[in-house]
Design a protein around this ligand. Structure first.
Ligand code: MG
Length: 160
């Protein structure tokens, strides 16, 4: 078994038009939008880093540089799928994921099963292998003020 950890944070701003935050590949209706080079999916970025970390393969910035044109506006699902393929080449696959989203609003609980399903589908895992928790910062710090969203992921790999 191998273990990986990932963390990501992105700035968010109040959107002028109806908008959504992309979390785990799922658009969540929100008054906020993310400011990012890609689709700003903090959960999938933390997940990608955890997958890379589990095999000491570097980090998401090395694999998918944010100064490269081809990564602009790119769906972060593609990052996960590409790294999943690399891990498979090495003979490993994701076994289990535990994750935390730090976000003041909107409430994630109505969407959490959808997000878990999305991760399970991306990683070829069972739904019961994917855990997602959401925390507010109770108004404290940049996340509490609604200026940022963050995610933490811990996962294990098993031989494919
Ligand atoms: Mg990121």
């Amino acid at each position: 078994m191998r273990v990986g950890i990932g963390y990501d944070i992105h700035r968010i701003v109040v959107a002028i038009h109806p908008s959504s935050l992309i979390i785990g590949g799922v658009p969540i209706p929100s008054i906020y939008k993310t400011l990012a080079h890609s689709d700003g999916d903090v959960l999938l970025h933390a997940l990608t880093d955890a997958m890379l970390g589990a095999f000491a393969l570097g980090d998401i910035g090395q694999w998918f540089p944010d100064n490269k044109k081809e990564n602009k506006g790119r769906s972060s699902s593609e990052f996960v799928v590409e790294v999943k393929r690399k891990l498979l080449e090495l003979g490993w696959r994701v076994q289990q994921v535990d994750s935390v989203i730090f976000l003041e609003e909107p409430k994630l609980s109505p969407h959490s099963d959808k997000v878990r399903q999305s991760l399970a589908r991306l990683l070829d895992c069972e739904l019961s292998d994917i855990s997602l928790k959401a925390k507010t910062m109770e108004g404290m710090g940049e996340i509490g003020r609604g200026e940022a969203i963050a995610a933490q992921v811990v996962l294990t790999l098993k031989p494919a």
